[in-house]
Design a protein around this ligand. Structure first.
Ligand SMILES: C[S@@+](CC[C@H](N)C(=O)[O-])C[C@H]1O[C@@H](n2cnc3c(N)ncnc32)[C@H](O)[C@@H]1O
Length: 273
């Protein structure tokens, strides 16, 4: 059994702009909520540092929005930066929860999840319970990365499998892919009685600075390795140095920055009344 990776909100937030864009694109596809004149009730599963959770209050100003996450570090950051009354008279709070076992504790008009369910292998099995917990006409919407065969992740997997790192990290360095293809999500959600939409987008992110792809994955895909090597700074630096060289060759910097293509998968499912 692997221990959960430790998250670093500051490192994660270094690329907040690029990371928020898919969330905003998803938000644009969410239909009107069924709450009518009462404030909407919204859950954000795997809310992280809360910056995208807070964007929900721009669209539904008087909503009661709760962000759920497993990471103490992420929840502390979210609490500090975003908890409390919102400008439109709504309320934002954050609670610990493991998405693998979370079930709606009250009816929700909207359940969203951005860039989190890839960490939860069983997530497709939770869809029925989550949709059950929606008010009629409510929406379940999520986005997951679909880039696990991209060089950034393939090289990380290959490095972890080399004898040196395999013996040091065991299975900890290996990220298994826990996402489905967009068509699979579409069929599952339609079968659960939803008006479903699924699609994918590859964002061509132009990143600045030195070794920007390494800097990016330090906030996400590298968390399990960094957590495992946290008590051995020398080994961590050796691993990062090897991985850095591989990334430099795969993503050479250009005159205007480094192009880091990033495929993302989206699904928006409205529960039919
Ligand atoms: C890449 S971050 C995304 C954060 C935020 N949704 C955003 O879009 O910026 C992934 C988040 O998923 C959370 N997470 C991972 N596994 C989880 C689980 N089993 N239950 C709840 N949250 C989990 C992590 O703690 C982390 O905050």
């Amino acid at each position: 059994m692997h221990s959960a990776p430790t998250w670093d909100p500051q490192q994660y937030l270094r690329h907040a702009g690029h990371r928020a864009r898919p969330f905003l694109d998803m938000l644009g596809r969410i239909p009107q909520l069924p709450s009518g004149s009462r404030p909407a009730r919204i859950a954000d599963i795997g809310c992280g540092p809360g910056n995208v959770t807070a964007l929900l209050a721009d669209r539904w100003p008087d909503a009661h929005i709760t962000g759920f996450d497993l990471s103490r570090e992420m929840l502390a950051q979210a609490e500090k930066d975003h908890a409390g009354a919102t400008a439109g008279g709504g309320w934002l709070d954050f609670r610990p929860a493991d998405a693998a076992h979370w079930t709606p504790d009250e009816p929700y008009d909207l359940i969203v999840s951005n860039a989190a369910l890839q960490w939860v292998p069983s997530h497709p099995e939770s869809f029925a319970g989550w949709i059950d917990g929606l008010t009629p006409g409510g929406t379940f919407a999520f986005q997951v990365p679909g880039n696990f065969t991209a060089p950034s992740h393939a090289l990380l997997g290959e490095l972890c499998e080399t004898p040196r790192w395999r013996s040091r990290l065991g299975d900890h360095g290996r990220r298994y892919v826990h996402i489905l293809e967009p068509a699979d999500y579409l069929v599952r959600l339609a079968a659960l009685g939803c008006d479903a939409d699924a699609w994918e987008t590859t964002y061509l992110q132009l990143l600045g600075g030195d070794d920007p792809v390494l800097d990016w994955v330090k906030g996400t895909a590298l968390r399990p390795v960094l957590t495992e090597l946290a008590d051995d700074p020398e080994a961590a630096e050796a691993f990062l140095s090897e991985y850095r060289d591989l990334l430099r060759a795969a993503y050479p910097p250009g005159a205007h920055g480094t192009v880091f293509p990033f495929r993302r998968i989206f699904a928006v499912a409205r529960k039919l009344s």
